[in-house]
Ligand binder design. Structure first.
Ligand SMILES: C[S@@+](CC[C@H](N)C(=O)[O-])C[C@H]1O[C@@H](n2cnc3c(N)ncnc32)[C@H](O)[C@@H]1O
Length: 355
């Protein structure tokens, strides 16, 4: 026991051979590892935040842009609507009662933008024949646009609630389309049947046809012949400035054959086609009824002729006696549902009248 062995505990205490410095180094390395992770996490978080911020900013910008676009579109729509529904001068009820809308507009409206080229005494004619189309969004065709004053007048009369087709030779009339979204200008010659053939394929049937073009005889007649059946069944056809039928420079002359006034006088006979057929003389027996069937009236004014259309579903001269179902012409009691005979088609009556 001379040589004392160190206590085990001491041996154990001396055992660790890791230098203190090394120990510190190890701690530091671990610390460095953590800060790298933290840095990475921080970087990730930062990147995420940045991405979120960017996304938010983008979304905000997009929303702002959308809002701006919407506001712009709304403003444009409003402007268009305003153009479509003119809120300019309107005659008062007193004005209208005194002289009618058209005369009031023609004489009094201070804010007409385009020159109207009409005779004043046409205004009551428009009043009479166009009033029934108010509130019905009519389709209008005007032949002869010139400066566009009448197009503006129709548009304002119908409060923008109409579609207007304007036909003119002049290219510059096209400008009316920029002022009114419901106006379509078609360039063409009213005397050319090919023009009308093409036009009819592109333009719907119209409620109102106003003919105020070149006023020469062949132009008026050609337009009527090409376009009368493109007016709807209950529409109206107005031809203005028929006074040219009396003026040689337009091909007119009092009583002269081939003028528009003589042509339309011929329509009076067509209105009475049934009676002409009933005369049963020669070709008259076959006098055409077509015009009579689609036309309710032909009215002549100073310088204007107006044709009102209809569909003639009725038996024009059919009549019953005292409501007991007896035909007025042949006295036969009709079967239930049998239409009263048309006078000129009632065989018994005809036999008696023309034995
Ligand atoms: C009396 S102005 C029209 C006026 C217009 N409606 C107004 O009331 O203000 C006649 C128009 O018919 C056009 N015109 C003349 N001959 C034509 C033709 N053969 N075909 C189409 N338009 C014609 C002229 O260019 C002119 O613009």
């Amino acid at each position: 026991m001379d040589q004392m062995q160190p206590p085990a505990a001491t041996v154990g205490a001396e055992a660790p051979d890791i230098p203190e410095d090394d120990n510190v180094t190890a701690v530091t390395v671990a610390g460095e590892n953590r800060s790298e992770e933290e840095a990475q996490e921080e970087a990730r978080e930062e990147a995420q935040e940045e991405a979120q911020e960017e996304a938010q900013e983008e979304a905000q910008e997009e929303a702002q842009e959308e809002a701006q676009e919407e506001a712009q579109e709304e403003a444009q729509e409003e402007a268009q609507e305003e153009a479509h529904t003119p809120k300019l001068w309107e005659p008062t009820e007193k004005d209208v009662a005194r002289s009618g809308w058209f005369s009031s507009y023609f004489f009094d409206a201070p804010d007409k933008r385009f020159g109207v080229h009409k005779w004043a005494h046409y205004m009551p004619v428009y009043e009479k024949h166009l009033a029934r189309f108010q509130g019905k969004d009519p389709v209008i065709l005007e032949v002869g646009v010139a400066k566009g004053g009448s197009v503006e007048m129709w548009n304002r009369y119908f409060g923008g609630r109409c579609t207007i087709y304007g036909v003119d030779l002049m290219r510059k009339c096209q400008v009316m389309e920029d002022h009114f979204p419901n106006v379509h200008i078609v360039r063409g010659d009213q005397a050319d049947p090919n023009f009308w053939r093409d036009f009819r394929t592109k333009c719907p049937k119209v409620d109102i046809l106003l003919e105020d073009g070149g006023h020469k005889m062949h132009q008026q007649i050609r337009t009527f012949e090409c376009m009368y059946d493109h007016v709807k069944d209950d529409g109206v056809y107005l031809c203005e400035d028929m006074c040219t039928s009396y003026r040689p420079e337009y091909g007119g002359g009092l009583g002269k054959g081939g003028t528009f006034v003589e042509y339309t006088k011929g329509l009076i006979d067509q209105m009475n086609a049934h009676h002409i057929r009933a005369s049963r003389t020669g070709d008259h027996a076959y006098f055409p009824l077509d015009f009579r069937h689609v036309t309710a009236s032909v009215t002549f004014y100073d310088g204007v002729v107006v044709l009102e259309k209809h569909v003639d579903h009725e038996v024009p001269y059919g009549a019953l006696k005292g409501g007991n179902g007896q035909c007025v012409w042949c006295n036969r009691i009709l079967a239930p549902g049998e239409a009263p005979h048309e006078k000129l088609e009632c065989q018994s009556w005809l036999r008696r009248r023309y034995p």
